[in-house]
Design a protein. Structure first.
Length: 324
C-alpha cells in the first residue's frame, strides 16, 4: 500500500535532520535515521536498488519502477539530506565558531539519549554481545583521538572520500564528517560546496564547472560505498541483530569523546581561507577550560538534545501502535 503524501513530507524532514547531523564532525546521520525509525527501510531499499530498476522502467513504466524499488522514499530522504547540507553548511560553521559549547552540548545530549534508545533494544546479553559492545566503543574512541591527515587535491580522492564517508554516515555513532576530517578532506569537500554556491552567485562558470565535477565525483563515491556496505548491514541485521545493535551502541558511546563540549586545543593549522583552525584537541573538565565554560547553558542545551530524542522515540512508538 503506497504511503500518503504527508508521509513523504515527513521523510524529507527526517532527511533534513540527517543532513544537519552529517554536516557536524562528530555527529552521525545514521543515528538520526535509527531513532527516527527509518534505518532498516533505508538499508533494505538501498540493498534492493540495482540496474533492474531500468528494466522495470522500460517494461512496466516509471510508476512501477518507483513503487517496486521504493524510490519515493529514497528520493524524499536524499532530497531532505541535500537541502540540509546545502543550506546549513554555512549556518553550522557559524554556530560552531560563535557558540561551540552550546552546539556540542546539544549534540552530546542527543547522542547520550540515542545510546539509551538503541542500547535498550539489545534483549539478549551474552559474552559475544558484550565483547561486540566493547569493540565498538574502542574503535569509535580511537577514531576520535586519531590525528587528521593532509588530503591530496586530486580527482580520485574525492571519489574515495565519498565512498568511505558514506559508510560512516549510515552507521549510528560514527560521524561521516569526522571521517572526512581524519582523511583531511572535510574542509576540501565543504569548501567545494560553498565554492559552487559562490561561483553561481558570481556567475563564474569555470569555477562552477570545476566544483560541480568534484561534487559529482564525491557523490559517485557515496553511491558505490552505500551500495556495497548496505548488503553487509542488511545481512547483519537479519542474522546477527543483537551483535549489530551492540556494536552500534558501542560506536555511539565511543563517539561521546569527540562531541564533549570542553576541549583543549593541542595543535592548529591554517586553512585555505588563511584562518587558524584546530587540528588536535583533548577533552577536559569545565573547571580546566580556558575561558567561560558556560556550564549552565551547556546543561540546558544537553537536556534539550536529550529530550528531543525522547520525543522522537515516543512519536515512533505511537506510529507503530497505530500501524499495528
Amino acid at each position: 500500500m503506497p504511503k500518503p503524501s504527508a508521509s513523504y513530507l515527513l521523510v524529507i524532514l527526517k532527511g533534513m535532520a540527517m543532513g544537519a547531523a552529517d554536516v557536524v564532525p562528530g555527529v552521525s546521520g545514521g543515528t538520526i535515521a535509527f531513532i527516527s525509525g527509518i534505518y532498516q527501510e533505508l538499508i533494505e531499499t538501498i540493498d534492493k536498488l540495482d540496474f533492474g530498476v531500468l528494466k522495470v522502467w522500460k517494461k512496466e513504466g516509471v510508476k512501477a519502477a518507483i513503487e517496486q524499488y521504493n524510490l519515493k522514499f529514497l528520493g524524499s530522504l536524499f532530497l531532505g539530506v541535500a537541502i540540509s547540507i546545502l543550506s546549513l553548511a554555512r549556518v553550522f560553521k557559524y554556530l560552531l565558531e560563535v557558540y561551540p559549547i552550546m552546539v556540542w552540548s546539544f549534540f552530546f545530549g542527543l547522542v547520550l539519549a540515542s545510546i539509551l534508545y538503541i542500547g535498550k533494544q539489545i534483549t539478549k546479553w551474552n559474552p559475544t554481545v558484550i565483547i561486540a559492545l566493547i569493540l565498538g566503543v574502542a574503535v569509535a574512541y580511537f577514531i576520535t583521538i586519531a590525528a587528521p591527515s593532509e588530503a591530496p587535491n586530486v580527482w580520485w580522492f574525492y571519489f574515495l572520500s565519498g565512498c568511505i564517508a558514506i559508510i560512516a554516515m549510515i552507521l549510528p555513532g560514527v560521524s561521516g564528517s569526522f571521517i572526512l576530517v581524519l582523511l583531511g578532506s572535510y574542509g576540501m569537500v565543504l569548501g567545494t560546496i560553498t565554492d559552487a554556491q559562490d561561483a553561481l552567485l558570481a556567475k563564474d562558470w569555470a569555477l562552477l564547472r570545476a566544483a560541480i565535477f568534484k561534487i559529482f565525483l564525491f557523490g559517485m563515491g557515496c553511491i558505490v560505498g552505500l551500495k556495497l556496505f548496505s548488503k553487509v548491514l542488511k545481512w547483519m541485521f537479519e542474522h546477527k541483530k543483537q551483535i549489530t545493535l551492540a556494536v552500534l551502541t558501542g560506536f555511539m558511546i565511543g563517539s561521546l569523546n569527540k562531541i564533549w563540549p570542553w576541549k583543549e586545543v593541542l595543535s592548529t593549522r591554517i586553512d585555505r581561507h588563511g584562518e587558524e583552525v584546530p587540528v588536535e584537541a583533548v577533552s577536559i573538565l569545565p573547571s580546566s577550560f580556558d575561558g567561560d565554560p558556560q556550564v549552565l547553558y551547556a546543561v540546558v542545551f544537553a537536556v534539550i538534545g536529550f529530550a528531543l530524542i525522547l520525543l522522537l522515540e515516543r512519536a515512533a512508538v505511537k506510529k507503530n501502535v497505530y500501524a499495528d
